[in-house]
Design a protein around this ligand. Structure first.
Ligand SMILES: Cc1cc2nc3c(=O)[nH]c(=O)nc-3n(C[C@H](O)[C@H](O)[C@H](O)COP(=O)(O)O)c2cc1C
Length: 189
C-alpha cells in the first residue's frame, strides 16, 4: 500500500471555517485558477461536465450585493438575515457559485449529474482548504430562489445553484464539531 501521509492527515482533520471567520486578502487570480483546475478532477459519469462555476471577486461583489439587496427585499427576507447575507459577502474575498448544469443524456440519469455537481462543491472546498485557505459551502435562499439565480447567474431552466463556496484568509484555527463515529454509520454486508 502506498500511503500519502500528508494527504491522509488532511482528510482526517479537514474542516470548514465559519463564514464569520473569513477575511481578506483572498487568493490571487493565478492561485485561484490553479486550485479550481485541480478541483475539476471530479467524478463525472459519461464526461458530461454537468456543472459550471462563477467567481465573485472583490471587484464584482458590489454588483452581487445589489442583487441580494433588491431581490431579498422583493421576497421579504427578514431584514436581519438580509444584512447578515450582505455582510458575509462583503467580508469574504472570494465566493464561487457552483451551478449544476445537467445535460440531456440517454444514458446518464440526472441524479448522477447532480451528485457530480455536489462532488465538485466538496472538491473545490477541499482544494482551497488543503492550500491553507479557509472555506465553507453555503446555500440558503440565494441558492434556492429561482429569480435570484436567473438574474445573478443567467440560470437556464434546467440549471440550479448547487452551492456557494466562500473562501478567504482566517485567524484562529476553527474548533471542530462532533463527528460521527464510523462504527455507528457502517454495517457490513
Ligand atoms: C449542500 C450544503 C449546504 C449548506 N448550506 C449551509 C448554509 O446555508 N448555512 C450554514 O450555516 N451551513 C450550511 N452548510 C453546512 C456548512 O457547510 C458547514 O459549515 C459544514 O457543516 C462544515 O462541515 P465540514 O467542517 O466538515 O466541512 C451546508 C452544507 C451543505 C453540504
Amino acid at each position: 500500500m502506498k500511503i500519502n501521509e500528508s494527504a491522509r492527515k488532511f482528510f482526517a482533520n479537514r474542516r470548514s471555517v465559519s463564514v464569520k471567520g473569513l477575511k481578506g486578502p483572498g487568493p490571487g487570480l493565478e492561485d485561484t485558477a490553479k486550485i479550481i483546475q485541480s478541483a475539476l478532477r471530479v467524478p463525472d459519469h459519461g464526461k458530461l461536465e454537468p456543472w459550471r462555476a462563477i467567481l465573485i471577486s472583490e471587484k464584482s461583489k458590489y454588483k452581487f450585493i445589489d442583487i441580494i439587496d433588491r431581490r431579498g427585499r422583493e421576497i421579504a427576507i427578514d431584514s436581519g438575515k438580509l444584512e447578515k447575507n450582505k455582510r458575509n459577502v462583503l467580508n469574504t474575498p472570494l465566493i464561487i457559485a457552483v451551478i449544476c448544469s445537467p445535460k440531456e443524456s440517454p444514458k446518464i440519469p440526472e441524479i448522477e449529474q447532480i451528485l457530480s455537481a455536489g462532488a465538485l462543491c466538496l472538491n473545490i472546498l477541499n482544494n482551497f482548504l488543503v492550500c491553507g485557505w479557509g472555506a465553507n459551502w453555503l446555500t440558503g435562499w440565494m441558492a434556492h430562489d429561482r429569480k435570484f439565480g436567473e438574474e445573478a447567474f443567467d440560470l437556464v431552466e434546467t440549471e440550479f445553484v448547487a452551492g456557494f463556496i466562500y473562501v478567504g484568509d482566517y485567524g484562529e484555527n476553527p474548533t471542530d464539531r462532533p463527528r460521527p463515529k464510523a462504527e455507528d454509520k457502517i454495517t457490513w454486508f
